[in-house]
Design a protein around this ligand. Sequence first.
Ligand code: ADP
Length: 329
Amino acid sequence: MAILQTKSVSFSYNQEERAVLKNISLSIDSGDFISIVGPSGSGKSTLLRMLAGHLDPDEGEVYFQGEIMEGPEIRLVPGYEEIKLVHQQYDLGPNLTLRGNLNAALTGYTSEYRSERVDYLIDFFRLREFEGHYPRGLSGGQQQRLAIAMAMSTEPEVLLMDEPFSALDPMNAALCLAEVRRLARETNTAVLLVTHDVRDAMIADKMIVLIDGEMKQEGTPKSIYDNPLNFDIASLLGPINKLSPAMAKKLGLENEGQAIRIENIRAKQRDSRGFEIKELMYRGAHQVLMVEISPKKLLYVLDGQKQFQVGDRISLDIDKESVLRMSES
Ligand code: ADP
């Protein structure tokens, strides 16, 4: 049985205004790790708040453990103990130490269990040296790890995370996410992650693409990356070139495709009869070149060896079988 489910849910903040969520049906099982991606304003946070029991749908139903969820219209204090929502603004007690905050999150448990669980979480989230610090004495990243540790302290059935790593650098965000996933697996907690960083979203088992309040596509990150429904979704997940029929022909693609990802079109070697590099974007591990295919028609190309410069003329290495053909234009 799904732990959390929505059936044809629609919602608008204002009855007269357009719907922010449109006909959303999704199902989440225990232990699922799901990411929700979509452009800003597409309704991701709203969906999470509804799943947390903080908003009532206008149409459709939300079910928690098979029962219709009681939203704010019914519950005086909205939300469920078994569903935790972590967002950018975390509710840390300013007058409690890190240890004190974690301990307070476990109110109702025996002091022996609390102490044991607090120790476990402090070690798990690598916070031991800061256990006596107050929130103001913690970095943004440490505060964030503490907020997540508090949310997970009671082993909730569902953890909803709304851009939880916005204060972390990419390396620490990835580490923290891996930790959350490990802990969630231990406790069979379902995790829903809203993030604008698709690299984070890719580590989920399943991805949901929300655009303009509609669930446009769902599947494994790989299935969506390899078979996006349309160009907007394709470009949401990574750099990509849209190919006009004329460009496709110029690349020897016989007008067969609609788009190609940059890792599938690579700079090969200098070639005086090749395409000219007009711009270069250094990315550390590699560089992205903008080459002129025909006047004013530029293409993003991967230079994995970082060996070319603006003004060079180059030939290209194209994986023809990787050209994406999308069912929606
Ligand atoms: P996302 O998380 O994808 O950026 P949101 O769920 O925050 O999207 O917002 C979806 C839409 O709902 C936006 O147009 C936003 O302006 C609007 N919205 C969000 N919160 C409120 C609110 N409390 N009152 C009215 N409109 C809101």
